[in-house]
Design a protein around this ligand. Structure first.
Ligand SMILES: [Zn+2]
Ligand SMILES: [Zn+2]
Length: 333
């Protein structure tokens, strides 16, 4: 680790570069090159372990609330952010102009356990529910800010999923624009009358439902990119996870542990990513038609096969397992 400054690297701040020819957006964040990569063999004094709090900026949120009690989960600013909080947004904020501009937003780390464990399966179910409630609270804080257009929480677990530290954690990002994949999903959903109702009905008809918790469903999507890809979503329309109720927060916690336990029993230690898709914030401005009956969803993508030329060149994934077989094998576990 070369940089010892807990907040800033010595490099230029992150910037956003948009390519109108490909509709591609890239964050250039030179400071992230300074990240210690434990999974590539760097010796790291773990910044996420209890006792090492001085290695991270102060917590934004913690569980429990009272600092008199030891923490079970903390959300802290990322030392190597992809967006900088506090830069005044340019006049065209919310719209991607053709020229590079500073990346404005929030990039946090969710430290999910005080103990140096690698898997969410090593976290007690009640503590894991608390982690999801902490994420919901942070997402609600970001939704209340008029300079943040959209926010997500995502996880990289394992080296194949892009993790650089093994201590169990997620990341939380808020941006001043709505990213291309979300704009594309909203546009596709706007073409159907009840896109998520169709998704749920077809999953039931084709036997692709893996598990349920309260009114949440975990299903294998119609075109999974990898074996055992699953999505978690509510049965009834709800656009934003940050506004959901306690039962659904607990349901997401329970289903994520259940799905990862199933994946882990089929492929021990498999790397995976997940990310939350929710609606842009109310003040985000016009970027795409926002469907009224949209459902937030968590997409869980195992990283079994690498992305190769056809995936990158054509945007089509190649997978080796039918959606139905993925669902059946996950249900059997
Ligand atoms: Zn640790
Ligand atoms: Zn999605």
């Amino acid at each position: 680790m070369r940089s010892t400054d807990p907040v800033h690297s010595s490099h230029q701040p992150p910037s956003l570069h948009h390519d109108p020819l490909t509709a591609r957006t890239v964050v250039v964040a030179p400071g992230r090159a300074e990240r210690p990569n434990e999974l590539e063999g760097a010796a790291v004094r773990c910044p996420f372990c209890a006792g090492n709090e001085s290695l991270t900026p102060p917590a934004i949120l913690r569980a429990p609330l009272s600092p008199a009690e030891p923490w079970r989960a903390r959300i802290v600013p990322n030392r190597f952010p992809i967006a900088i909080d506090g830069i005044a947004p340019p006049p065209e904020a919310g719209v991607l102009a053709g020229r590079p501009r500073p990346a404005h937003g929030v990039h946090d780390v969710v430290i999910e356990s005080p103990a140096h464990v690698r898997s969410i399966l090593d976290i007690a179910p009640t503590d894991w529910r608390e982690v999801w409630e902490l994420c919901r609270q942070r997402l609600a804080m970001l939704a209340a800010r008029d300079d943040i257009a959209w926010a997500t929480v995502f996880k990289n677990s394992g080296a194949k999923a892009g993790a650089s530290l093994e201590h169990v954690h997620s990341q939380l990002v808020g941006l001043d624009f709505v990213p291309p994949l979300v704009v594309a999903e909203l546009a596709a959903a706007a073409c159907a009358v009840d896109p998520f109702g169709d998704l749920l009905r077809l999953a039931k008809a084709e036997d692709r439902i893996v598990a349920e918790a309260g009114d949440l469903v975990a299903l294998v999507p119609p075109a999974p990119r990898q074996p055992f890809e699953t999505w978690i979503l509510p049965r009834l329309a709800e656009g934003s996870f940050h506004a959901t109720n306690r039962d659904r927060v607990a349901g997401v916690a329970d289903l994520t542990q259940s799905l990862i336990a199933r994946l882990d029993s089929i492929l021990p230690g498999a790397s995976y990513n997940w990310w939350l898709h929710q609606l842009p914030h109310a003040h985000a401005g016009s970027h795409a038609a926002i469907p009224v009956n949209w459902h937030w969803h968590l997409e869980i993508l195992p990283r079994i096969n690498g992305l190769a030329g056809f995936e990158l060149g054509a945007g089509c994934h190649i997978t080796t397992m039918t959606p139905g077989e993925s669902a059946q094998r996950l249900r059997e576990r």
